[in-house]
Write a protein that binds this ligand. Sequence first.
Ligand SMILES: Cc1cc2nc3c(=O)[nH]c(=O)nc-3n(C[C@H](O)[C@H](O)[C@H](O)COP(=O)(O)OP(=O)(O)OC[C@H]3O[C@@H](n4cnc5c(N)ncnc54)[C@H](O)[C@@H]3O)c2cc1C
Length: 392
Amino acid sequence: MTRQIEHVDVLIAGSGPSGTSTALHLVQHDPAWAQRILVVDKAVHPREKLCGGGVTHLGTDILARLGLRFEPRHFLVREVCLVYEDKVFTFKGNPAFRVTRRDEFDHWLVQQAEARGVTVRQGEAILDIAVEDEQVVVTTEKRTIHARVVVAADGSRSFIRRRLKWDDDSRVARLLEVLTPEDARRQVEFRDGLAIFDFTPMRDGLQGYYWDFPSYVQGESFMNRGVFDSRARPERDKADLPGVLGRSLAERERDLQAYQLKGHPIRWFHKDGRFSRPRVLLVGDAAGADPLMGEGISFALGYGQVAAGAIVDAFARQDFSFATYRDRLLAMPLFRHLWRRTQAARIAYRLNYPWLVRLGWRAMRLALRFTRWRDRDYQPGVAPRLWLEAES
Ligand SMILES: Cc1cc2nc3c(=O)[nH]c(=O)nc-3n(C[C@H](O)[C@H](O)[C@H](O)COP(=O)(O)OP(=O)(O)OC[C@H]3O[C@@H](n4cnc5c(N)ncnc54)[C@H](O)[C@@H]3O)c2cc1C
């Protein structure tokens, strides 16, 4: 059987937030881009994506600049509670962040791209990729695509990274998650819009925290609970994640055995990482997210903005080397902030004596004063310029 060959200017591999953000930013630049982009995903939306679904002002502001109001169903977290042993520190926001379900959020983003004329092929996995001088040849389950540029938006286990033998030593964080059904009327987290980040399991070797995010799944109240292990200090022994999660749940009178346990990694960001090669750009988790708190959605949306700018420029100059893509990323305050989180994670998760953790934890409270969270009245999406404008 002869395979159908399609020609396209930009092939976006993956329709998570990084992929759709790249498409939406291209179309925002010029609606004519819609006809020059093809998005391909192996999944069909609404598809499941393991995730806490926490979206901070960093992401909401990017959506606002795309002209998008946060429409998918979500829970408004108005108060964040940071815990370490008997020490508790809370801060408030308007909201502090939103908790969405990724099947609904990602589907909504895809619908926004489609509404602007972008073709999104779903249920079609990419099986092979070969980079040539004048094009990239991509083989999917259904066809062969000749693209002038490929954007790898295919997540932390990026097939494209692996297939192209991306030569760096990027690290991954480990995460486990369960959803527990809850009676929203009885729980303070639901009543007051409270999310908890509990760093106490650092005592057990966890390089991260346990979380409780109130959320709604198909309108029903569930607590999204999980553990984040950054592995920012990879030379240390790995914590027993199911054990840590089981103990944290037991403290909250929940039995881990009663729930479906799921895990997935997040690749983390390093400013010296390799983010591009001629004709290929990495975005989102394929490129790297935050090893301090495990935030990835906002950065995935941010990568889309930078990648779109790099692509527009590449076609204008007919130079597809993408040699300045890393500089473009680091010119954006959002990604300099991400790099600071990587540095902070390396320090924070080095602390293995309780007194040192307490000290570091106090420093984190102080550091928060230099972020948007210092202002409890700040409304995400209303004054979004600060993080998003590249500096020349
Ligand atoms: C347990 C857990 C909890 C998390 N909690 C949060 C949180 O609360 N807040 C937050 O900001 N971040 C969180 N994250 C991180 C966040 O989920 C990611 O950073 C985010 O999903 C990255 O988006 P992306 O578009 O790069 O990749 P993804 O969302 O992973 O999308 C990749 C897409 O590529 C497609 N794909 C993969 N391979 C192929 C292929 N071969 N062919 C075609 N398509 C392919 C997939 O089907 C998928 O749709 C969490 C992660 C985990 C694991």
